[in-house]
Design a protein around this ligand. Structure first.
Ligand SMILES: *Cc1c(COP(=O)(O)O)cnc(C)c1O
Length: 337
């Protein structure tokens, strides 16, 4: 596999660390839990979208674009990382933020990722819940073209066959790290949303015949729908890379929607427990929307005996901790005045 055939700009701090988490492993009394620190990719407080943006922004440059457009929820980590990449590469950046949660308090609407979007100099506009965000991006692109700009549209979450290459590459990186230290990885688990992360990982792990199963904890869509969406992107990415679209069998895509709670971006008790546990046992910050729910799934699966003692489970930390500042009141902590 030779990813250098595809245009790429180096924006991320790679490789990200792979670290054991002995205290939390002891506390949960199950497998050995490791963490792959994709929250430490470097650009504007880090996160998984930076790996995708290395390939997407390179494609934007190759196409002669001078402006990028993307979309996400109000507290989108993807939008924030796109704004930062655009700033670094001297692109104009327009982001459309969908009111997916119905939260309008000041912290949610203005702090966390939104504060950083603004610091990076992006133009932000908001849309109501359930807007057709792809159509909205197309309309905006047309307006910008009329103004003489050359816009490049990055899909929500950076999840298409170009962005997914970032996670094909992450699979190679993780296999290499494990090989270097003779670590046998039995399971890889992470939060899955717009699907590019899981699609890239599954494709990379299968193409390399790693034998490492990937488990996605959905933060939004029901299990079946999420798996189908991920699988569709696995097939498109495989084809884009020159493989048969059927390189990966459908049953290799496994997701679970048991930890979504009431909906995308809405807190659950299990997420709050997971965020507090990692903060207090390992000094690591998860986020309320993705990694917190993902890790809450890992905790529950361990408690249910899903993994054997002595197995090595890697949790991919996909970032997002700046959105903690958008949800300051949910953790039941004392308020100081
Ligand atoms: C976007 C995101 C995810 C989900 O990754 P997808 O590629 O969209 O499935 C997980 N965690 C965080 C923090 C994210 O921002």
């Amino acid at each position: 596999m030779h990813l250098s055939r595809f245009p790429r700009l180096h924006l991320a701090h790679l490789p990200t660390p792979l670290e054991p988490m002995p205290r939390i492993s002891d506390e949960l009394g199950g497998p050995n839990i490791w963490i792959k620190r994709d929250d430490c990719t470097g650009l504007s407080s880090g996160g998984n979208k930076t790996r995708k943006l290395e390939f997407l922004m390179a494609d934007a440059v190759a196409q002669g674009a001078d402006t990028v457009i993307t979309q996400g929820a109000t507290q989108s980590n993807h939008a924030r990382q796109t704004c930062a990449a655009a700033a670094k590469l001297d692109f104009e950046c327009h982001i459309l933020l969908e009111d997916r949660t119905g939260y309008h308090d000041e912290a949610y609407a203005c702090n966390g990722n939104v504060l950083l979007d603004q610091l990076h100099g992006a133009t932000i506009s908001t849309r109501p819940a359930d807007s057709d965000m792809n159509a909205e991006m197309e309309q905006l692109a047309q307006r910008l073209r009329d103004d003489g700009k050359t816009p490049y549209i990055i899909p929500g979450g950076g999840s298409n066959e170009i962005g997914a290459l970032g996670y094909v590459n992450a699979a190679l990186e993780l296999i290499h790290q494990a090989n270097e230290r003779s670590l046998r990885i039995d399971h890889l688990l992470h939060a899955t949303g717009s699907t590019g992360t899981q699609a890239g990982l599954v494709l990379g792990m299968e193409a390399m015949n790693s034998g490492i199963p990937v488990y996605g904890v959905s933060v939004r869509a029901p299990k079946q729908q999420q798996e189908e969406k991920v699988y569709g992107l696995v097939q498109r990415t495989a084809e884009y890379m020159g493989y048969s679209p059927d390189l990966v069998a459908r049953e290799k895509v496994v997701a679970n929607s048991d930890y979504v709670g009431e909906g995308y971006g809405l807190p659950t008790d299990a997420m709050i427990e997971a965020v507090k546990m990692l903060a207090r046992y390992e000094g690591i910050l998860l986020d309320p929307v993705y990694a917190g729910k993902g890790f809450s799934g890992l905790i529950d699966l361990i408690r249910k005996g899903h993994f054997k003692k002595g197995e090595n489970v890697v949790f991919l930390h996909t970032g997002g901790s700046v959105s903690l500042f958008a949800y300051p009141k949910i953790f039941g902590l004392p308020e100081y005045s």
